[in-house]
Design a binder for this molecule. Structure first.
Ligand SMILES: [Ca+2]
Ligand SMILES: [Ca+2]
Length: 103
């Protein structure tokens, strides 16, 4: 596991297609970009949108300027999964909240 500002929610799945990866294998698009960036989290990587879902890596990981200091406690969404965006997470969170009150 290399150094990212946050990996609490998605953990290995941020860089790997599998949630139980063999080290260095099964890299997703963000994992490939992270490796090409010499496993450095910085402003250049934060400004990229590896999975091309319209949200920059820094926004998804909660460290928009890439200085390694997260602005929030957990990631907004997975920068390696185009189907996982801040909007989709908000929707599922609201679904969970709503279900708590529909009892
Ligand atoms: Ca993205
Ligand atoms: Ca994403």
């Amino acid at each position: 596991m290399q150094k990212l500002p946050l990996y609490r929610t998605y953990r290995c799945a941020i860089c790997h297609k599998s949630s139980q990866p063999v080290s260095g294998q099964d890299l997703n698009v963000f994992g490939v970009d992270f490796r090409s960036n010499a496993y450095l989290w910085n402003a250049a990587l934060a400004a990229k949108d590896s999975d091309e879902d319209g949200f920059r890596n820094g926004l998804e990981l909660g460290d928009e300027n890439g200085d390694g200091v997260p602005e929030i406690a957990v990631e907004r969404s997975n920068p390696g999964d185009p189907f996982n965006t801040p909007n989709s997470v908000d929707r599922s969170t609201w679904g969970i909240l709503k279900s708590l009150f529909e009892d």
